[in-house]
Design a protein around this ligand. Structure first.
Ligand code: COI
Length: 454
């Protein structure tokens, strides 16, 4: 019955007939009890319906550099916009097909987990819609395509918390290396698809005279061509200081945010380069937030906290940012890179009940987890302030973007992925008992291709 399917798929099907106990023995032993969280993939019989998928999955992604994205978008014409639309239309299903294949290659018991099955279904549906989408020939076609893309981007908002939830619940079924490399490919690929889609939407808006940035920063699509690093850091500091001034439930001197340290920015303050502002601000925001929180906690008994320092440096090829704090360092983690891991074996926090609860909330929220710092600064004024991180259950009104990332522990792994996306790096150095330095390096010339795993 299975002979017409590829060998890997046949192997998967026979594996899927193992009991969860047997599967657990294959990988790590002692799985989390299923506790009713397992969910059947609705179109169960068609889980491995691969005919179309195979046709796409064998194709390589046409990876791009930042420079190509800028170069193509700089002088936009009707023809170029339509070429861009058709590139996105044909490229997205290829990239999605690679991840669908990946999902088929993990144990079926993981696929049926709450969260993972939801993402699998979302991706199948996106794959089908995109591959069937007719060629774009006119500007009117492109307007309809943009509306379609926007809707899909919104629909995929909860993908990351859903996946994190599902994989945390499956942590016992997968060896840490396998779990982490799977999650990394899922995240890298998702960033890549969203970059392509958002860039095309921004190019289309600009072509029709609707600029995405009313503040007027120089940009082509979503890429800022003279991005001022200091301004990005300042924007993050501003958002963090507005976030944390007051706790939601009145004064509480035990809370870390009362003695928030100052952030000092120094180094080569006039550094600018071409980059996606949202990516840089995501990274800086997460790192500053961690440093501020660690410092406030470590010095909670003192009347003041030592400052957090953000130092900017530029060389011929790279820009670097070092965030230094005196928050006590990372002596409680085995190695700093364990903080990037999604496996409970490397990072025991992954199975905290409060984190799983927050993930469940976020995966059901319709608001995007990736709301940018700039968007959040705008929204902030109409919302109650939030604590920097922690233990409290999120108020529904606060379940967006960065505030939630703090609770579900994906900010640091995501920052690492963002930094590496166009060939940069992120390293943590702990001076145990004293503080942590984080070094972010980003290539300045924009000539690196997107990561191989798109
Ligand atoms: C995602 O956000 O996961 C996507 O794949 C979005 C893309 C289909 C536009």
């Amino acid at each position: 019955m299975f002979t017409s399917l590829p060998a890997t798929t046949r192997r998967q099907i026979s594996r899927s007939s193992l009991s969860s106990r047997e599967l657990a023995n294959c990988e790590l032993g002692q799985p989390q009890p299923l506790r009713g969280q397992q969910r059947k993939i609705s179109d169960h019989a068609n889980f491995y319906r691969n005919k179309q998928l195979e046709l796409y999955a064998v194709k390589e992604a046409r990876r791009l550099t930042l420079r190509q994205l800028v170069w193509f978008g700089r002088f936009m014409t009707r023809e170029r916009l339509i070429t861009s639309a058709n590139y996105v239309r044909t490229e997205l299903p290829i990239r999605i097909s690679h991840r669908l294949r990946d999902m088929q290659a993990i144990p079926y018991v993981v696929m049926t987990r709450e969260g993972v099955s939801k993402v699998y279904e979302l991706y199948w549906s996106a794959f089908e819609k995109l591959r069937k989408y007719p060629e774009i020939e006119t500007l009117e076609d492109n307007t309809a395509f943009c509306a379609f893309l926007r809707e899909m981007l919104d629909e995929h908002g909860p993908v990351i918390p859903s996946l994190s939830l599902g994989l945390s619940l499956s942590s016992h079924f997968l060896a840490p290396e396998r779990l982490d490399s799977f999650m990394r490919r899922m995240l890298v690929s998702r960033i890549s698809r969203r970059v392509l889609a958002e860039h095309h939407l921004a190019l289309s808006s600009a072509f029709h005279g609707r600029d995405r940035d009313p503040d007027g920063g120089d940009h082509v699509g979503i890429i800022y061509t003279n991005l001022k690093v200091k301004d990005c850091i300042q924007r993050c500091v501003r958002y963090l200081s507005e976030s944390a001034d007051q706790p939601p439930e009145g004064p509480d001197p035990g809370k870390a945010f009362f003695k928030k340290p100052n952030v000092v920015i120094d180094g080569q303050l006039d550094t600018e380069f071409s980059y996606i502002r949202e990516h840089l601000e995501y990274i800086v925001f997460e790192l500053l937030k961690n440093s501020i929180r660690a410092t406030a906690l470590h010095h909670h008994a003192a009347t003041t906290s030592p400052e957090v320092r953000a130092t900017i440096a530029a060389s011929k090829d790279d820009i670097s940012i070092r965030i230094s704090d005196q928050g006590g360092g990372l002596s409680n983690v085995k190695t700093p890179s364990d903080l990037f891991s999604f496996s409970h074996v490397r990072n025991s926090e992954r199975l905290n009940d409060s984190r799983l609860g927050a993930l469940r909330d976020a995966s059901q929220s319709t608001e995007g987890l990736m709301a940018t710092v700039a968007e959040q600064l705008d929204k902030k004024r109409s919302r109650r302030p939030v604590p920097l991180a922690g233990d409290d259950q999120p108020d529904p009104a606060q379940r967006v973007g960065a505030d939630v990332r703090a609770r579900i522990g994906i900010g640091l792994p995501m920052s690492n992925i963002y930094a590496r996306y166009f060939g940069g790096s992120l390293e943590l150095v702990s001076l145990d008992g004293w503080g942590t330095d984080v070094y972010v390096r980003l290539p300045k010339l924009g000539t690196n291709l997107e990561g191989i795993e798109v």
